[in-house]
Structures are given as structure tokens and as C-alpha cells.
Design a protein. Structure first.
Length: 189
């Protein structure tokens, strides 16, 4: 996931999210196994009914603090992901996050080089109307962190799941493990 940050590199102005909620769900499931069976069963049910206008997935982002964090962040946001556009429509649609980013979702399919090249983040920033140096990326993968740094953007490395913190440490990177802490981190750093 990613963010665009203010010109003084302390006041964020826009947020670029690089991964879909599914990635964050997977990370949180590693930490909260007791949710696993309920979410899988619910997900299967929702997947079966999604094409027929069925209900939205109710476990996941709310438990992760993703929705809470997004509600507190009053900045322009978008998603910039290595996923395909159909995958990007499907997963956020199931979790109810798609409307938050509709029209501001960018896929690596739109650029020549995917992560760890900076192309995708530069593309997202350009379409959002921001210079790369005022952008901050919230990212949950090693290659995404490398791509954000290569784009000249500040990085918040989410290590609350599958990617170890040591893979995300580095210059202009704040590593954190709880999405609920993100709004405060954005105002402090």
C-alpha cells in the first residue's frame, strides 16, 4: 500500500495503496488464526454469490484496522498493485473497499515494468496529479518497498503479516505492524 506525502515530507497529501485488501487479510490471518475458518467459509459463500449481487465479505478489513485507518486519513488515496485489473475489481469488491478507490486503481499491466521498478508508483502519482517526492507508499512487500524507494517516495513498510520487517528496513522507510497505527505514524513522521 502507498501514500503520497506533503512537500515538506511530513504532511501527507495523497495516499497510494499498492496491494489489495486480500494481501492484508492474508497477513492478519497469520496473526489471528481464530478468524481463519470463519473468513474462509464466509469468503466461499460470498464468492459463490458475488456475481449474483450477493452480500459483501464482513470479516477481514474491519478486523485488520484497514477501514478504521482509512476513515481517519483525510488524504487522496489510490491503489497501485501488481495484480490484474480483474483481480483488483474482485477482491476489493468482496471486502467492500472497492468504492473507496474506484477510479483510482492502477495495475502493473498499465506500465512497462512492474515492481521493483518504480514505473507503477510513478504512473499512479502522475494520474493522481502529484509529484513523486510528495508521495508516501504504504507497502507490504519487499519489491514494493524497493519500487517506492526507486520512485523517490517515502515508504511505510507494513510487516504485520507475510513480509518480515528486516526485508523492509532501509532509507526513508518506517516499518510498522498494525494498520490502526498508520494515521498517527503519518502525522508523526
Amino acid at each position: 500500500m502507498g501514500f503520497v506525502e506533503g512537500e515538506n515530507r511530513q504532511t501527507p497529501r495523497c495516499i497510494v495503496l499498492s496491494r489489495t485488501a486480500r494481501r492484508a487479510l492474508d497477513a492478519e490471518w497469520d496473526r489471528c488464526r481464530w478468524l481463519w475458518n470463519e473468513c474462509v467459509a464466509k469468503s466461499r459463500h460470498v464468492h459463490a454469490q458475488s456475481r449474483a449481487g450477493g452480500e459483501k465479505l464482513t470479516c477481514g478489513p474491519a478486523q485488520l484496522g484497514v477501514v478504521e485507518a482509512l476513515d481517519q486519513i483525510q488524504l487522496p488515496t489510490c491503489v497501485a498493485s501488481s495484480s490484474t485489473h480483474s483481480g483488483l475489481r474482485h477482491t476489493p469488491g468482496l471486502t467492500g473497499l472497492y468504492p473507496r478507490f474506484e477510479g483510482r486503481i492502477y495495475s502493473a499491466a498499465e506500465v512497462t515494468h512492474g515492481k521493483p521498478a518504480p514505473d507503477l508508483f510513478l504512473h499512479a502519482a502522475r494520474h493522481m496529479g502529484f509529484d513523486p517526492q510528495v508521495c508516501t507508499v504504504v507497502e507490504d512487500s519487499r519489491y514494493g518497498v524497493q519500487a517506492a524507494r526507486a520512485a523517490g517516495m517515502r515508504v511505510f513498510g507494513y510487516c504485520g503479516g507475510l513480509t518480515p520487517a528486516q526485508w523492509q528496513n532501509g532509507p526513508d522507510t518506517v516499518v510498522f505492524d498494525d494498520m490502526r497505527k498508520l494515521p498517527a505514524l503519518l502525522t508523526r513522521t
